[in-house]
Design a protein around this ligand. Structure first.
Ligand code: SAM
Length: 214
C-alpha cells in the first residue's frame, strides 16, 4: 500500500540476531493489522495502551509484566526490535501484548472512534536536520489523529531527548488546544529505554509531555 505519510523512520539495516530472527516465526500469534482485532480484545482488559515505536521493547515488556489487567499494543517497524520483544513475550509467558508492524499512522488513520486509554511515544526519531523536520512524527496533525482515537480522559505521554524537537512538540500542543496539559505522569519514571539511556549517558535532558483528552 502506498504510504500517504512522509517516512518518520529510517529502515535500519541493523544486525538481526539468529534468535530474534527465529522469534519472528511466532509473530503471527501476536500480530494485529486492523482496528477490528483491537476491539475483539477490548472486553477482556481494563485498559488498552498503545506504545508507538517501542524499539527494543524494554518499556513495553515491563509494563505488560506489571499490569496483566491491561492490554499493551506495541507498534514498531524495526524487525530486530520486534524479534526481541517476541522473545521476551515467550520467556515471560505474556498474554497481554499484541504487535502492529508497519507505519502506525496508516492504521490510526483508519480508526474513526475512541479505542485507546493511553498512547505512549518515547524518543521518537528526532530528525535533527532542518530539512528533515517535516519527517518528524509528532506534529499538530498527528496530535489531532491521536486525539480522535483516545477515550475520553485518555492520556497521551510523549518524551524526547532533543531540545529542538521538544520546542516543536510544544508549539504543536499549543496549536492543538483540545488537550489539557498535565503537570506529571506515571510514565515519567518508567523503565529507561535504550534511547533514553543513551541520552542520559551523553548528558542530554529528557523532555516529557503528558496530555489528557478533554
Ligand atoms: C529513536 S527510536 C526509539 C525507540 C524506543 N522508544 C527507545 O526509546 O529506545 C524510534 C523508534 O520509532 C519507530 N518508528 C518511527 N516511526 C514509526 C512509525 N510511523 N510507526 C511505527 N514505529 C515507528 C522506529 O522504527 C524506531 O525504532
Amino acid at each position: 500500500m502506498r504510504n500517504k505519510f512522509l517516512p518518520s523512520f529510517v529502515q535500519r539495516k541493523g544486525r538481526i540476531t539468529k534468535s530474534q530472527e527465529d522469534n519472528l516465526k511466532f509473530l503471527h500469534r501476536y500480530h494485529i493489522t486492523s482496528h477490528a482485532q483491537i476491539l475483539l480484545d477490548k472486553s477482556n482488559f481494563k485498559k488498552i495502551i498503545l506504545e508507538i515505536g517501542f524499539g527494543n521493547g524494554e518499556n513495553l515488556i515491563n509494563l505488560a509484566k506489571e499490569n496483566s489487567q491491561n492490554l499493551y499494543i506495541g507498534s514498531e517497524v524495526y524487525m530486530a526490535g520486534i524479534g526481541q520483544v517476541l522473545g521476551a513475550i515467550n520467556a515471560n509467558e505474556l498474554t497481554n501484548i499484541r504487535l502492529i508492524t508497519g507505519d502506525i499512522r496508516l492504521l490510526i488513520d483508519k480508526i474513526n472512534e475512541s479505542v485507546f486509554d493511553e498512547v505512549l511515544i518515547i524518543c521518537p526519531d528526532p530528525w535533527p536536520k532542518l530539512k528533515h523536520h517535516k519527517r518528524r512524527m509528532i506534529n499538530s496533525e498527528f496530535l489531532d489523529s491521536i486525539y480522535k482515537v483516545l477515550n475520553s480522559d485518555g492520556h497521551l505521554f510523549m518524551s524526547t531527548d532533543w531540545e529542538n524537537y521538544a520546542e516543536s512538540i510544544n508549539e504543536s500542543i499549543n496549536q492543538n488546544s483540545d488537550f489539557k496539559i498535565l503537570n506529571s505522569s506515571p510514565y515519567e519514571n518508567i523503565t529507561l529505554t535504550k534511547f533514553q539511556q543513551r541520552a542520559i549517558e551523553e548528558g542530554r535532558k529528557i523532555y516529557p509531555f503528558s496530555l489528557q483528552k478533554t
